[in-house]
Design a protein around this ligand. Structure first.
Ligand code: ZN
Length: 405
């Protein structure tokens, strides 16, 4: 078997419309093409869960393993009143940066609290019922986290609901007080050189709250993964890039105990949640809000010091061009240095879609992502995040690269 034949390709499908015979036929043809390329598994998310059985059958007929792509804490297939389970913010400040274009596509990114959801048997039943709707090979957990910087300052350090206050033994109560004071009486504007140190100290001072958040997320995953294990399903999870994961309550080491594989989302070109350009731009704007409107470049410099990433000169450039792919390697390096419990497989996720204005990558970028992934020794990757938005030329770039490798 050649090396190229040992590369495992995963991809995803997001469906927010009626599954007409014509659409089913187009999906079938796309899968045929991707199967020839080496596609082994497809994670499926359908807003209308009644489609899952048919979609899984289409996959199986093409020799592709169907996985249930399950958004846990935002945009969960709704057959319950979500309002009572949403995260509660400590402050009223800042606004979401999420593009209307993405919301219009059917993704709201309104988050539920893992501690509220964890106490509710009905959520787990809903998940188990969804698992039983089709003959899945596995499950792929997504959005199992707290809101990200893209949701704005208001939500970035949620949640202060009654469940969180009660379970955290005072830790979240004190975080709420700190946040409210920080915004009511902002300190004097400080020199930009001092900011990385101040922010590191700030994070160290709220370490207990950060741990409460990561523990809340991993406890919820543990319960749901157990339900999937009972069905002998292979378990994967979508995680934020290592530089930002703890900020949204995701700890690679803790979470890897409950899953078979991880797809780190290392999106260098995406202006949507989890995309590095969107999240870093949101953080940079928050820094400017908090510190007397420092310059764009200075706020990006501060983030460079904190993340070790290499950022562009201006917000405009970050939004329009994203990050260079050297940053993809830097995130993978960080991931490789983490303890992930040994056996967990990693299928790095990078963009392959043309979905303006959220993300548009060309064949050269896709080929470069593949080259970097294989050069680092990975033998699998995830073409993200929706096969319907992946242009044929981008797929050809993957095929050409693998053929010549
Ligand atoms: Zn809560």
């Amino acid at each position: 078997m050649s090396l190229a034949e040992r590369v495992k390709i995963l991809s995803q499908l997001f469906l927010n419309e009626e599954l007409t015979p014509d659409l089913a036929d187009r999906l079938k043809r796309k899968l045929e093409k991707m199967k020839r390329l080496g596609l082994e598994a497809l994670m499926i998310w359908s807003k209308d869960t009644d489609n899952l059985g048919r979609l899984a059958s289409i996959c199986a007929r093409e020799g592709v393993s169907p996985y249930l792509w399950y958004p846990m804490l935002a945009d969960t297939p709704a057959r319950f009143e979500a309002k009572d389970f949403q995260v509660v913010a400590a402050v009223e400040s800042g606004r979401s940066q999420i593009l209307e274009a993405q919301k219009a596509g059917g993704e709201e990114f309104a988050f539920l609290c893992p501690n509220r959801v964890g106490g509710e048997e009905r959520f787990l039943e809903l998940f188990e019922e969804t698992l039983d709707l089709a003959d899945f090979a596995g499950v792929f957990f997504d959005r199992i986290r707290f809101p990200s910087p893209a949701n704005g300052l208001k939500e970035i350090l949620t949640c202060v609901c009654d469940d969180c206050l009660e379970r955290s033994g005072g830790v979240i109560e004190s975080l709420r007080g700190d946040l409210q004071r920080l915004l009511k009486e902002p300190g004097k504007a400080v020199g930009v050189e001092a900011m990385p140190g101040i922010l590191r100290e700030l994070f160290a001072s709220i370490e207990e709250a950060i741990i409460f958040r990561t523990t809340s997320v991993s406890a919820l995953l543990a319960d749901y993964a157990r339900a999937a294990r009972k069905r002998n399903l292979d378990i994967g999870i979508d995680l934020f890039p290592p530089s930002l994961a703890r900020l949204v309550g995701q700890d690679y080491t803790e979470l890897s105990r409950h899953v078979d594989w991880i797809k780190p989302m290392i999106y260098c070109k995406t202006m949507g949640p989890a995309g590095l350009p969107m999240e870093l731009l949101s953080l940079a704007k928050i820094l400017r809000e908090l510190n007397g409107n420092i310059s764009e470049r200075d706020s990006l410099w501060v983030l460079e010091q904190l993340t070790g990433l290499d950022l562009p000169e201006s917000f405009g450039e970050l939004a329009s061009k994203g990050l260079t792919l050297d940053n993809y390697d830097r995130e993978l390096e960080k991931l490789e240095s983490l303890d992930r419990g040994g056996a967990v497989r990693i299928y790095p996720g990078f963009e392959a879609v043309a979905f303006p204005p959220v993300c548009s990558v060309d064949p050269a970028i896709v080929g470069e992502y593949v080259r970097r992934t294989l050069n680092r020794g990975y033998r699998g990757f995830t073409l993200s995040w929706d096969i319907r938005q992946i242009p044929p030329a981008n797929l050809e770039a993957v095929g050409d690269f693998l053929a010549g490798w």
